[in-house]
Design a protein around this ligand. Structure first.
Ligand code: ATP
Ligand code: FE
Length: 356
């Protein structure tokens, strides 16, 4: 079974070819990603209009490249999986239209995939993980705990009510004159700093549940930075390192404690092979990873994180989520529509900042 995956919901245009042999795990034959970071950089954020145009320009090219790299011809493609939401409407429409066109001309099914399901199912592609497992998605755009019961059923235990951690790292870097993306830069500074010198809040730890908040950390940082500037006219390198260390320690503490709580909820159902998978760009942070590994070890839970290229946006995860739907007989037709908002857990209450 050979699946073509297409992803264009945010600021990456991606195509991938996935093959499921008769026996054994699925193989990624090609995974092509065209990022748009440079196009959006002058504006300090993703501009939907620019993103839509760039997707329309790059989508054919990325598919062609995936075919050439994999040595697979269009005739050999058995199904087309495409992100049909959630995301920026212009990009999602580009992908869905392209997939429907190919589906009609090749006479193969089209499968609409939820972008978040793509992220959440990645541990099954990379490690053949068994359901149910606990998933922490932590990136520049989202932050949530999900229990994956099956390829279609996810329970959302909680998530950020404002900024995602990656966003907080990026803003911190900006406030301190460090380069973007902020995560790696702040992490590098933090290793040289004293996490205890400045006080940072641990938002929402005093409240039950798994919801998180990160926007207050940026406010705390701004206040302490401005106090230093008022006092001494600027920041020393040590001040900057200490601020980064304090900020990162707060993020680590919040994620570790909320993971403890999410694990307790997940373990209450006594899963036979308990596992926590973490995905998203922020999963690259070594301090966060170490803290999560410790929490898992304390609870006899296996910890896993897909390789970074499959943690950030890509089309291999979309092809894989499509494969799971295909196997379950869930295929779409020409009525497949783009859904800019599409929560994975339809039963969870809609929360500000968590609609992705
Ligand atoms: P999404 O895919 O969720 O819509 P995104 O494309 O912004 O959002 P990713 O590409 O998964 O997210 O991750 C990028 C984010 O990860 C950036 O905010 C970046 O600062 C952060 N990041 C990368 N490396 C690190 C690190 N070592 N520590 C902390 N954050 C990091
Ligand atoms: Fe994503």
């Amino acid at each position: 079974l050979t699946i073509l995956g297409i992803e264009s919901s945010c600021d990456d245009t991606a195509a991938a070819i996935l093959r499921q042999p008769v026996e054994g795990p699925a193989e990624i034959l090609a995974s092509v990603v065209y990022g748009q970071t440079d196009l959006h950089a002058p504006y300090g954020g993703v501009v939907p209009e620019i993103a839509a145009r760039a997707h329309a320009e790059k989508i054919d090219l990325s598919i062609e490249e995936a075919l050439v790299t994999s040595g697979v011809t269009l005739k050999e493609v058995d199904a087309i999986a495409v992100t049909s939401g959630p995301g920026l409407i212009g990009g999602v429409i580009s992908g869905v239209m392209c997939a429907k066109g190919l589906s009609a001309s090749l006479g193969v099914p089209v499968i609409g995939v939820n972008h978040l399901a793509g992220h959440a199912l990645t541990p099954r592609l990379t490690d053949q993980v068994a359901f149910p497992y606990l998933m922490l998605l932590v990136s520049g755009g989202h932050c949530q705990f999900l229990i994956a019961h099956s390829a279609e059923k996810f329970t959302r235990l909680g998530g950020t009510i404002d900024d995602a951690p990656g966003e907080a790292f990026d803003k911190t870097a900006r406030l301190l004159g460090l380069p973007q993306p902020g995560g790696p830069a702040v992490q590098a500074e933090a290793t040289k700093g004293d996490p205890k010198r400045f006080r940072f809040p641990r938002p929402l730890l005093d409240r039950p549940g798994c919801d998180m908040s990160f926007s207050g950390l940026k406010t705390a940082l701004l206040r302490q930075r401005d106090a230093l500037i008022a006092e001494q006219g600027g920041l020393t390198l040590q001040d900057r390192a200490d601020l980064c260390a304090g900020f990162q320690a707060a993020v680590v503490d919040v994620l570790a404690e909320k993971t403890r709580r999410a694990l307790a909820l997940y373990l209450a159902d006594a899963p036979s092979e308990p596992l926590l998978a973490v995905a998203g760009g922020v999963a690259a942070n070594t301090a966060i990873r170490a803290a999560l590994e410790t929490v898992c070890a304390q609870n006899n839970v296996t910890f896993t994180a897909p390789p970074l290229a499959l943690c950030t946006d890509n089309a291999a995860m979309i092809a894989y989520a499509g494969l799971e739907k295909y196997v379950a007989g869930q295929i779409d037709d020409m009525s497949l529509a783009a859904r800019p908002r599409w929560p994975l857990d339809q039963t969870a209450p809609a929360l500000l900042g968590s609609g992705k």
